[in-house]
Design a protein around this ligand. Structure first.
Ligand SMILES: [Zn+2]
Length: 142
């Protein structure tokens, strides 16, 4: 854990160049949990494309939806088209998280994909799979 020191010569909110290992581990856990959740959601509206394991395709609405979700789900999952729209959104999130996990492995996690500078910590807290810093917010899908 990072304990800011008041006797440090660095400013309080210093720009980090290398993220603390433990901090990365925390983000990694969050990302892995989210991958699991998203995978479940993806499987409720689609399936992995048999000819491309990185691609998901929408399936027609299922009937085995849990009772509690049925009303909401009935509104959202009326048709294949509805599933396609939901799936596309989930797939973007899923792929971003997968790529964030890959960046952790590669040691490039936490850097803006446009400017290359470290992404603000509060932005990563809110969205651990963020691909850009605040200055480049909205320039990439995340
Ligand atoms: Zn940036």
């Amino acid at each position: 854990m990072y304990f800011p020191s008041f006797t440090s010569e660095k400013p309080f909110a210093t720009l980090r160049t290398v993220m603390e290992k433990e901090q990365i581990e925390t983000f990694k856990q969050k990302l892995e949990e989210e991958v699991k959740l998203l995978k479940g959601e993806l499987q409720s509206v689609g399936r992995i494309n048999p000819s491309n394991p990185d691609d998901w395709e929408a399936t027609p609405g299922k009937l085995d939806i849990l009772e509690a979700d049925r009303n909401e789900a009935a509104d959202r999952i009326e048709s294949y088209e509805g599933n396609t729209a939901i799936l596309k959104e989930l797939e973007v999130r899923y792929n971003n998280i997968k790529s964030a996990l890959k960046k952790i492995e590669d040691g490039t996690y936490g850097n803006c994909e446009i400017g290359g500078k470290p992404i603000e910590e509060d932005r990563l807290e809110a969205n651990p799979s963020a691909r850009t810093c605040k200055a480049h917010l909205g320039e990439l899908e995340d």
